[in-house]
Design a binder for this molecule. Sequence first.
Ligand code: SAM
Length: 437
Amino acid sequence: MSLPEKFVEKYRTILGSEAENFFASFKEEAVAAFRVNPLKDGQVPFENPIPNTDWGYYGKVSGKSAEHVSGLIYSQEPAAQMVAQVAAPTKGMKVLDLAAAPGGKTTHLLSYLDNTGILVSNEISKKRCKALVENVERFGARNVLVTNESPKKLAQSFKHYFDLIVLDAPCSGEGMFRKDPAAMQYWHEDYPTECAELQKEILREAVKMLTPGGSLVYSTCTWAPEENEAVVNWLLSQYDFLELVEVPKINGMAEGIDMPEAARMYPHRFKGEGQFVAKLQDKRPAQPLASSKLAKSQLNKKEQKLWQAFAKENIKIKLEGLYQTFGDQLYLLPQGLPDISRLKIARNGLHLGTFKKNRFEPSFALGVALKKSEVVQSIEIDIEQFKIYVSGNTLPLSKNYKKGWYQILVNGNGLGFAKVTGNTLKNYFPKGLRFQA
Ligand code: SAM
């Protein structure tokens, strides 16, 4: 792999005596890592923790493994794991991930929120949104709205709404060169400056959505100062109520260029790929919270009866939130959202299931989001049965079960609901997710 000539020239100047070590790091393999999902009950021990992280481990986990399919782990290289760690929302916060697909930062933010507060996870590209929805679903959180909007359109519905906004911006992607050498083909000398214009455009909208006293985390996976410190300096010059907050330097992070508060991750210093992250705080006094009225769920009598009958028989907890139907589909949204009727919604909260003629059929998402301790009946399957289950085939069981819905568990983590009659399990694993393990 040979780096673009102008890129080499540029970083020789920027990095001086460190430049050769930096270039040499491109000859080494990209660092694979993952995060463990704390929302899951069934924890499995892993080796090689990433120092100074709550959930990070070095290593590769197959996309076909039970750990991945049940959402127990999310593959993400170590430098990318630093972004949500810097943002570290506290429970109950309203959080926006403005450029979210495929969902690395989103799922990490959800780990902090622990099913409290609200996360709006937005992605402008419809195609990329599909992977985001899948990843959010697998992670099993109940407090996420996934939108498919431009930042401009989103800002019209969420004026001064969020306590925390993360913009992991579209960028020139230099930090991905090692992991994905194809990223080099888009690079040219002026690319970073072009990207910076787009980044500013997105940030203008982001600031409109920030509540006074809130914070904004800006990150890129590039080393280009034009897209990093220059964009942060532009923000500070445009919005005098924003100030930089120190990012603690851990695991070999470097300071920003003439910006000691920000952090840069270079592969010759930090065991991971390339990343920049800065945190800004809105100095304006926080507004006292207006007591918002809880929106009323709008189920008709029959729907209420069917849902309640299902819930009583199968779920041990009360799922709090706003119940909404779209046709025959039932969703649970977090309370406290503004009017979102003008937005393109990719996932309207947690999909609970479908109203059939005289019954309610639970969704796959519900069977993933609930913990074993929260459902009435479940069946644990082993790895051989897991392979049959994810291929979509009927699973013979070793004993007879009472007829009904059962949550299917692998390593103690939900893989959806299935209908069981006697010793036969009818497979409801979604067609679009099936594979040969
Ligand atoms: N945060 C994601 C993660 O951790 O998985 C990665 C996000 S990626 C670096 C940047 C995202 O910005 C892409 O998904 C891209 O589709 C989106 N994007 C591109 N142009 C955009 C725009 N004009 N406004 C908002 N997002 C944009």
